[in-house]
Design a binder for this molecule. Structure first.
Ligand code: SF4
Length: 378
């Protein structure tokens, strides 16, 4: 496409991501910022003798700083943004569906944060594109926010911000290179490295990962909710969105927890009552399972309001960029995600104070649509 001609992340350079990151880290006039996806923290330790599921996010922050990254952030922060934007879309669809959607609103709203799923819809079911959420993935939301945030400081200091994302995912490399995620010829995320690639970098550094002291993420995007963390496991995006739509009390949070959206099965259907409405939702991992569900929906054998699809088995914890692990390892990683949620002080995305500030006084004021949404297939 048009942008690929100038995008340094076009397909041919994808294999060179690690080299590009090292070069950026050594360049004097580059501010290298990095975000880490939720699923990375419960898997990376396995390569260093730490039990699967153990949350090592604090050690990852320190390791990245030792490698020379200037600021470190958690993609869970922007997952909170995704929750708010996507849940609003769901409410809008429930209230205005007949008017806004084709075919009398017969199809559910589908999540959009998995690039392999988006590609699947584009190639196999393009007629479903109007039903796919317009939300960018958390990685791309953060990419856009970070590039905007550092613009004034960079201009003043004659610096350039290079945005790196550590992802459990290989498809994220292709997502970052898409035309839709380049603005003025510059990609919002310059390099995506996988969990396995970060393991290589840490090994090259020659430090004992298991002995690294944990540290905290940088300001100002240092707070995230538990809802933003569970994005890494199948059912997590759904649960996070339902928390946002549902009433604010612990009883409701528990009801959602036990509604059937959790668990590693390939396809789950659940009903959740929200006030006077009952939502019927689907959670799918694996594109084969997505295919089966779509056919059912098309034949009218199933009717759903909202569907989460993740291409990888068990969701991002089972991503192709993660260390290899059998099912029991994936179960431990899933438990690690829910444990992080349990210990999070903020449970719902909309209670994240940093984020409220960003909407009310920060760069998202009047620019949330431009920076956080995307229209595929145009
Ligand atoms: Fe990537 Fe797999 Fe997660 Fe999709 S489910 S975003 S392909 S790791």
């Amino acid at each position: 496409g048009q942008c690929a001609a100038v995008c340094p992340t076009a397909a041919i350079t994808i294999k060179k991501d690690l080299k590009g990151v090292w070069q950026a880290l050594y360049a004097p006039n580059k501010r290298v910022v990095v975000q880490i996806a939720p699923a990375v923290r419960v898997a990376i330790g396995e390569e260093f003798g730490i039990a699967p599921g153990k949350n090592t996010i604090g050690k990852i922050y320190t390791a990245l700083r030792m490698l020379g990254f200037d600021t470190v952030f958690d993609t869970s922060f922007s997952a909170d943004l995704t929750v708010i934007e996507e849940a609003n879309e769901l409410v809008y669809k429930l209230e205005n569906g007949e008017k806004k959607y084709p075919q009398g609103n017969t199809m559910p709203l589908f999540t959009s944060c998995c690039p392999a799923w988006v590609r699947f819809v584009e190639t196999k079911y393009p007629e479903l594109l109007p039903y796919v959420s317009t939300c960018k993935s958390p990685m791309e939301m953060f990419g856009a926010v970070l590039k905007e945030y550092y613009k004034p400081a960079d201009a003043e200091a004659g610096m350039e911000t290079i945005s790196v994302a550590v992802m459990p995912c290989v498809a994220k490399k292709y997502e970052a290179a898409r035309d839709e995620f380049c603005r003025n010829g510059v990609p919002d995320v310059d390099y995506v490295i996988t969990t396995k690639e970060l393991i290589l970098m840490i090994k090259e550094l020659g430090v004992q990962f298991q002995e690294i002291e944990p540290s905290a993420p940088d300001m100002p995007f240092s707070i995230n909710s538990g809802a933003g963390v569970i994005f890494g496991v199948t059912g997590g995006v759904m649960e996070a969105a339902l928390r946002h739509v549902a009433a604010k009390n612990n009883e409701t949070l528990r009801e959602i927890e036990y509604s059937g959206v959790r668990g590693l099965e390939g396809t789950k259907i659940a009903e959740i009552s929200l006030g006077d409405k009952t939502l019927r939702v689907g959670v799918v991992n694996g594109l084969g399972n997505a295919d089966t569900l779509i056919r059912k929906l098309q034949r009218g054998e199933e009717k759903l309001d909202f569907v989460e699809v993740m291409a990888c088995p068990y969701g991002c914890i089972g991503g192709a960029g993660q260390p290899f692990g059998y099912r029991s390892v994936k179960e431990d990683r899933a438990q690690g995600m829910y444990k992080a949620d349990k210990s999070a002080i903020v449970k719902r995305s909309c209670d994240n104070p940093t984020l409220i500030n960003l909407y009310e006084n920060g760069i998202l004021k009047e620019r949330s649509h431009e920076l956080l949404h995307v229209h595929y297939g145009k």
